[in-house]
Design a protein around this ligand. Structure first.
Ligand SMILES: NC(=O)c1ccc[n+]([C@@H]2O[C@H](COP(=O)([O-])OP(=O)(O)OC[C@H]3O[C@@H](n4cnc5c(N)ncnc54)[C@H](O)[C@@H]3O)[C@@H](O)[C@H]2O)c1
Length: 301
């Protein structure tokens, strides 16, 4: 008995890195998995289909069921096609893991229009478009009176939650994914769907230059940077056991999982009419009482 027996899952960007491990782990727990990947470079160029096929081969060799999908999930048609492949090919869709992503890191003053557009498109639209078609499917199913236990697991980033210099495009997309998670959670709860997000930290081609030597095995042998660690939380969120977990954003790294809250007020001033700029100059000390008025510091590193 697996935790996800009889469920059908889509994992986007599952040819490599974190998505690969998520696809394999969902299949290990009994899910049928559509392994979506365009097979692009880290910057989003090219279309090498072999990594996704290798993941499907790994799953089927272990006795699981999986199929490749090579659509670009950041296009409306591609997103529809991957959802259709699950529903028409396997009779259902239960789990959507939005994971695909690219990087074009540059400081704001060096960034080109295409760097901004492509990163926002692949991450933000690439999360929304499959979610849209999955939501259409689940809502229709719920309206027919059928049991729906839908799951969307989005992939945000600490860069989006806290902001990272050199990643205006990526951080903006990842922050958008966090807030989109709350919107979708509110919209789809009534149809039996939960929507959560993870902000992972793992060793992949996306981070090998960023984390470098830091991302090695610990002396006790536990490889806390292994992307496999991320897939365990995703599998839990995908299961029926997580039906009451909704609208959450988790930071996950090694054996650590942090549940987070966003944008809670930390200082305040009030009055019964509008402030003038001069009055705000005088009230600044009250607004920032006990806290810094400079760039917020919140890193976990
Ligand atoms: N590795 C980390 O520490 C880390 C940290 C924070 C967030 N993330 C996020 O985790 C996710 C996975 O990243 P990773 O580190 O495994 O990177 P990765 O480059 O190893 O994998 C990303 C995969 O997405 C695929 N992809 C890109 N554009 C696509 C598209 N339009 N349609 C379908 N597939 C597409 C790529 O071909 C690639 O196989 C990304 O969303 C990334 O932003 C990773």
């Amino acid at each position: 008995m697996g935790l996800l027996d009889e469920k059908v899952a889509i994992v986007t960007g599952a040819g490599r890195g974190i998505g690969r491990e998520e696809a394999i782990q969902l299949a290990n727990e009994g899910a049928t998995v559509i392994v979506n990947d365009v097979g692009g470079s880290l910057q989003g160029e090219g279309d090498d289909r072999t990594p996704a096929q290798e993941v499907v081969d790994t799953i089927t060799a272990a006795g699981g069921t999986a199929a490749v999908n090579s659509d670009d999930i950041s296009s409306w048609g591609g997103a529809k096609s991957v959802v259709d492949q699950a529903v028409e090919g396997y009779g259902s869709l239960d789990i959507l893991v939005n994971n695909a992503g690219i990087l074009r890191d540059k400081m704001s003053f060096n960034m080109e229009e295409s760097d901004w557009d492509d990163v926002i498109r692949v991450h933000l639209k690439g999360h929304f478009a499959p979610s849209h078609f999955a939501a259409v499917y689940w809502r229709a199913k719920a309206k027919r009176g059928e049991d729906v236990r839908g799951r969307i697991i989005n992939t945000s980033s600490e860069a989006g939650l806290y902001g990272n210099a050199g990643q205006a495009n990526y951080s903006a997309a990842k922050a958008g994914i966090a807030s989109m998670t709350w919107v979708l959670a509110r919209e789809l709860e009534r149809y039996g769907v939960t929507v959560n997000a993870i902000a992972p930290r793992a060793r992949t081609r996306m981070t090998e230059n960023l984390f470098g030597d830091m991302a090695t095995k610990r002396d006790d042998g536990f490889d806390e940077w292994d992307p496999k660690n991320i897939s365990q939380l995703v599998t839990f969120l995908a299961s029926d056991e997580a039906a009451d977990v909704n609208g959450q954003v988790f930071i996950v790294f090694g054996g650590n999982i942090w549940a987070t809250t966003a944008f809670q007020p930390v200082g305040e001033v009030h009055r019964d009419h509008a402030w003038t700029p001069q009055e705000l100059i005088e009230a600044k000390g009250d607004l920032f009482k006990g806290i810094s008025s400079g760039i917020p510091k919140f890193s976990f590193f």
